[in-house]
Ligand binder design. Sequence first.
Ligand SMILES: NC(=O)c1ccc[n+]([C@@H]2O[C@H](COP(=O)([O-])OP(=O)(O)OC[C@H]3O[C@@H](n4cnc5c(N)ncnc54)[C@H](OP(=O)(O)O)[C@@H]3O)[C@@H](O)[C@H]2O)c1
Length: 305
Amino acid sequence: MKIFMTGATGYIGGSVAVKLLGLGHDITGLVRSETGAAELRALGIHPIRGSLDDLDVISQAAREADAVVDAAEANHEGVVAAIVDALRGSGKAFLHTSGSGIVATRADGRLVEAVYDEFTPVVPTLPRMQQRAAIDQVVFDAARDGVRAIVIRPSMIYGGGHGPRKESFQVPALIEAAKAQGIGLHIGPGENRWANVHIDDVVDLYARVLERGTAGALYYAENGEDSLKAIAEAISRMLGFGGKTREWLPEEAEAAQGVKAHTSFGSNSRVRARRSREELGWQPTGPSLLHDIESGWYRKVHRGG
Ligand SMILES: NC(=O)c1ccc[n+]([C@@H]2O[C@H](COP(=O)([O-])OP(=O)(O)OC[C@H]3O[C@@H](n4cnc5c(N)ncnc54)[C@H](OP(=O)(O)O)[C@@H]3O)[C@@H](O)[C@H]2O)c1
């Protein structure tokens, strides 16, 4: 199959692209720099030069493909609209990458009880997540216009990527902050919990959704959840700080990681990938997050084995 991708140089997109290449697909990737184009060529992906704002380039590439995977930016409204317009009536697959942060509320490190599966309605309260939900809705609606349009919402992804970008965002940011302070960090009491999933299981889910995902469906990607305190303790042990942690003041976290810090590290994102498992037979097998931090990929990268 000829597949057009956005975000193929990124952590999710690059890993998905490598998986799809391995399954024999032919991939074209939107890329905004010559460095990125060279990275894609090295993998055997055909680069198309353009940014997410070059909607004509995106439309044409989508029309020329048999399927589209959007893995660049969950909050880019223009890209989704352009792809839906290009694929309308074609019956082609369109996989849009959103994120489980959509269920997050401002919690400052406290536990929120709400747990969501693909059939639980979500009413986002954070403005960025309201915008994300509106974009996801455009994708769901496209299923009524002859597009096999599907939203995938990964939770906190961890593990080494398979494309040009090896690192995700949340876990590496927590590791770097802990290194800088000499102690593990969590916002407030760190009781807040995030579902999480290994990158190898994420790419397996994308392959299954591409092959037989239902038009108009939502799929979460998750393999359990951990509190941010447990993650901070694992990072602290891995870095040799004896499991010690301290409270990371929200303003300190924002100074280090920007305004989205309270969502990324202080909120709850408790999702369950019920539909992914039941409908697609998806069975995540990757190492757990805490194991990957203390004894797996993160230990190897940050402590040399
Ligand atoms: N990682 C996670 O745990 C996770 C979980 C759930 C949802 N998500 C969401 O999924 C999306 C992708 O995440 P990621 O972790 O793969 O991010 P990433 O590693 O930063 O990759 C982003 C990709 O999008 C491309 N891109 C960004 N802005 C662009 C622009 N203006 N024009 C052209 N290309 C552009 C990047 O290209 P360059 O190489 O040129 O920068 C890169 O290929 C994000 O919206 C993220 O919020 C991530």
